[in-house]
Ligand binder design. Structure first.
Ligand code: CO
Length: 134
């Protein structure tokens, strides 16, 4: 059911430092920061030949990333995103299999302007999984 790895999201405590490291040390193509007030994050996409890295940095108060950074002050992998052809079909299949979909269970528009859903990390080997309709 799942398709390509769309991105790996890394929560970072210092966005400028993370961008500089990926650009200068790793030689990656690093995009411009985008504020996502609806999601409480500033994101930066790093383009790799076969996938993307998404830096997440807290935006505003009550950012969903802040608690993660409090527990992981150096930053860390926050979630992985797999592509699906039809997010409603995928969601209904997963729910029928007993997996928990976070939030209302209705897809939200994610950072790429496409519908996304998140699955409970306890149901997926301790990893927060994002599904994006490709
Ligand atoms: Co993501």
């Amino acid at each position: 059911m799942i398709g390509r790895l769309n991105h790996v999201a890394i929560a970072v405590p210092d966005l400028d430092a993370a961008c500089a490291q990926y650009k200068n040390t790793l030689g990656a193509k690093v995009g411009a920061p985008q504020d996502e007030p609806d999601h409480g994050v500033t994101v930066v996409f790093v383009e790799l030949p076969n996938t993307k890295i998404e830096f997440l940095y807290p935006l505003g108060e009550n950012s969903p990333i802040q608690g993660f950074l409090d527990k992981n002050p150096s930053g860390g992998i926050h979630h992985i995103c797999y592509e699906v052809d039809d997010i409603i079909v995928a969601r209904d299949h997963l729910k029928a299999s007993g997996a928990r979909v976070l939030g209302t269970g209705e897809p939200k528009i994610g950072a790429h302007g496409k519908p996304v859903l998140f699955l409970h990390p306890k149901d997926f080997t301790g990893t927060l999984v994002e599904l994006e309709q490709a």
